[in-house]
Write a new protein. Sequence first.
Length: 198
Amino acid sequence: KSLSDSIKLPEPIEMKENCAINISKNEILAEKISIFEGDITTLGIDAIVNAANSTLMGGGGVDGVIHRAAGPSLKEECSTLGGCPTGAAKITGGYKLPARYVIHTVGPQGEQTEKLKKCYRNSLDILIEKKLRTIAFPCISTGIYGYPNLPAAHAAAYQVRKFLEDNTDKVDRVIFCLFLDEDKKIYKGILQSYFPIS
Ligand code: ADP
């Protein structure tokens, strides 16, 4: 009597053609994502993102904190840029910040998903254009600009995932910088579904 007569062996699992590739891709992407809880101006990385307004001349919220920490030279450089439309991004030096550069992006006022996604995509485009490899995002638009926190987190995670899929080898780390307890809870709840690990 052969073994296969006495024991019912499970059917072999049908492997989809690129199944193994997808699993390892998920792991590679997940390794590039972090959460940092606290003040974005303390991060000594290539670039921090500023949730700016369209004048780029400083304002409240994280914008004011970044300008204060960088010192007046940041505003001087910003004054040469001619402002920035909603959804676009522009880069400056980091001056007194530990980060080398600041990428200024202007989020939508209210829930405009495509505009918010553009902020993330355009900031990441500038990062790789400048051959930089590490970036931190605050929760763009969710403060003074009033975008609800949960859909904003979904838009951020979705767009970062999409960008990293297309530019995996060009970015080392994307940090979601979370300042409020509400955002810490939200991101911890949703990131796993965008960056699954087996
Ligand atoms: P917006 O005008 O785009 O809504 P805000 O600066 O008002 O921008 O808020 C964006 C997010 O930045 C909010 O979650 C706010 O709590 C957060 N924030 C405020 N200060 C800091 C900081 N020092 N570091 C990181 N995030 C911050």
